[in-house]
Every structure is written in C-alpha cells, then in structure tokens.
Design a protein around this ligand. Structure first.
Ligand SMILES: Nc1nc2c(ncn2[C@@H]2O[C@H](COP(=O)(O)OP(=O)(O)OP(=O)(O)O)[C@@H](O)[C@H]2O)c(=O)[nH]1
Ligand SMILES: [Mg+2]
Length: 305
C-alpha cells in the first residue's frame, strides 16, 4: 500500500495579492489562512495538510515576495524564500491579468535559480479573463525565457475552476513516501494564532492605506474551556498595535464604532473556528515604528519560522 502513497511539501509563492492564501483555503475547503485585498496580508509560513486517497500534500502558504521597505518586509521575504528551499514542489502563482513581469516577479525569478525543487507555474483568478487558453499561451511565452518550469495550469479559486486538475497535477509531481502528518492535523498553527489572524483580517477589511500594514495583533490572554473546564466561554484578550496616535483613532473610529465592528466580526469567526461562545477584550496600543525594529519584531515572534 505504502509504495502507492504520495506525499510532499508544496510551497506556494508569488507576489503579494497573487491569490496564494485564497487558493489554499479553496483546496482545504475551509478557512485556514486569512485573505484581504491589501498586499502583504500573510506574514507567516503556514502549513496546511491536504489528505486525499493515497495522498498527503502539505501546502505551505507564504508571505508575498516584494521589495522590502522595512525590517518586517525583510522578515516576510526571508520567510517566503526559506520556505522554497524546503519544498518538494514550488508553485509560482501569477495573476491571469498580469501581462508583464513585475519587479517583484524578477526577485522571485532570481531566487528560483537557487531552488532545487521543480517549479509549477500557476495562473490564478481566471474568472477575471475571458480566454484561459490564450492566457496560458501568453504567460508561457512571457516566462519561458526566464524560468524552466515543469508544468503550467490556470485556475480560479473563486469559481473553484480546475482545482481537482491542480491537485492531480501536483500529486503527479510528488514523490512516493510516507505521510508527513497524522491525518487529523489540518494546520501547523495554534487556535490562538488563528484567532489573532482573524482579528487582523477584520482590521485589514475595515481600514485603508498605511493602517493595515501598521497593525499587529498579540494575544495576551486566551482562556479556553479546553484548558479551563470550569469556563463556559472562551476569553480572549488581544492587544492591537499601531504605530501612530492617528492610526489608533482610525482603528477606534467615530464613537468607537469601527472597533466595535472589528470585535463583532472577529467574534463571529472565532466562534465558528472554536465552537465556543467568545468573549473578546480588545485593546489598542501604540508602538512607534515597530516594523522597523529588529528587537520589536523578534519580541513579536517574527523570524522564528
Ligand atoms: N476574482 C478573483 N479574486 C481572487 C481569486 N483568488 C484571490 N482573489 C482575491 O485576490 C486578493 C488577494 O488574495 P490573497 O489570497 O490574500 O492573496 P495572497 O497571494 O495570499 O496575498 P499576500 O498574503 O498579501 O501575499 C483578495 O481580494 C482575494 O479575494 C480568484 O480566484 N478570483
Ligand atoms: Mg496570503
């Protein structure tokens, strides 16, 4: 039986907003990683375990590769780059509407030269264009000089188009081997981490310009009935960090309305995730220029994965 089993680590890379996290959620059929229309949403390497018949694929979501403007950006790009080095297969995502190679893609192409794993070119968001075949031809032409890739596929996570074909193609490119995780593991991150991400996702959805990028969410207290059987609800105290007083005012909103909405939306999703009624205690704090400080980043857990 075992000699039929295929398994491997498949790292998704691409510039910010390429659709990496959305594709992983679509494949997993549940929300494991947060999504927004703002670039640089994903900040960590997140491994998600997909199980199929005689198949286990560990999909790794990574931060979008870009030209870093601060220490946080550098840490994000480092995380994405090192994730490529550990992969059995790298999926390089480009958007169907991309008709040229962007500066960020040039960085990716440069890095891929050092990667041993084969590269699959994945064209995302085909629901935005009319003719997928024409786009496949165009993208192949665009990248054929720059990259030696093992295959190319176009898909839409939003319309769930070509997802089964994507899984078949990926599995055909993976080695035979043992499962890497027990089959009841979905993600290599704690509920506490997922809760902090869901809160950040709601802030990203409700703020604009520099604010989303300046946000950091730290869970300071997490008391779950799993750990404290006498409790009926899940108590979460989270600190939301911003860089400037003006940003604090924006997150709070007029009469506290935005913060209330952030709390409401976050609570609904965390309740869905954990199955418990959630009591959410949100505090906003200012930590000037935390994205530029190596010490702050280390204290806040970046650069550990
Ligand atoms: N129309 C359409 N939009 C999509 C599709 N996939 C993703 N998007 C949108 O593209 C935006 C970015 O999606 P993400 O999944 O967060 O992109 P990402 O590559 O993970 O971005 P970073 O984490 O910032 O690197 C979101 O607004 C998504 O809703 C798709 O198949 N079709
Ligand atoms: Mg992402």
């Amino acid at each position: 039986m075992l000699n039929q089993f295929k398994s491997g680590i498949v790292t998704l890379i691409g510039r910010p907003n390429a659709g990496k996290s959305t594709l992983i959620n679509a494949l997993m059929q549940t929300k494991v990683t947060i999504v927004s229309d703002k670039p640089q949403t994903t900040r960590n390497r997140i491994s998600c375990v997909y199980n199929g018949p005689d198949l286990q694929i560990v999909f790794t979501d990574t931060p979008g590769i870009h030209i870093p403007q601060h220490k946080l950006g550098e840490a994000l790009v480092d995380t994405a780059t090192s994730s490529m080095m550990h992969a059995d297969l790298v999926c390089y995502l480009v958007e169907a509407t991309d008709t040229r190679i962007h500066e960020e893609d040039k960085i990716i192409l440069q890095t891929l030269k050092r990667v041993r794993a084969p590269v699959l070119l994945v064209i995302t968001k085909t629901d935005k264009i009319r003719n997928s075949q024409a786009i496949i031809r165009e993208v192949s032409q665009l990248y054929s000089q720059e990259l030696s890739y093992i295959g190319i596929i176009a898909l839409s996570s939003r319309e769930r188009k070509n997802l089964d074909e994507f899984i078949s193609l990926v599995s055909s490119l993976l080695p035979y081997g043992y499962p890497l995780y027990p089959d009841d593991i979905l993600i290599d991150k704690s509920e506490r981490f997922l809760a902090s991400e869901l809160i950040r996702e709601k802030i990203l959805a409700l703020t604009h310009r520099e604010v989303p990028h300046s946000i950091l969410v730290m869970i300071e207290d997490y008391k779950s009935p799993d750990e404290y059987p006498e409790r009926k609800d899940l108590y979460i105290r989270a600190d939301i960090y911003v860089e400037r007083p003006g940003q604090k005012a924006i997150v709070i909103g007029e009469g506290g309305r935005r913060l209330k909405e952030i709390g409401r939306r976050s609570r609904i999703e965390i309740e869905k995730l954990t199955g418990y009624k959630v009591y959410l205690d949100l505090w906003i704090k200012i930590r000037p220029k935390w994205r530029y400080s190596v010490q702050d980043l280390r204290r806040m857990g970046f650069g550990k994965d």
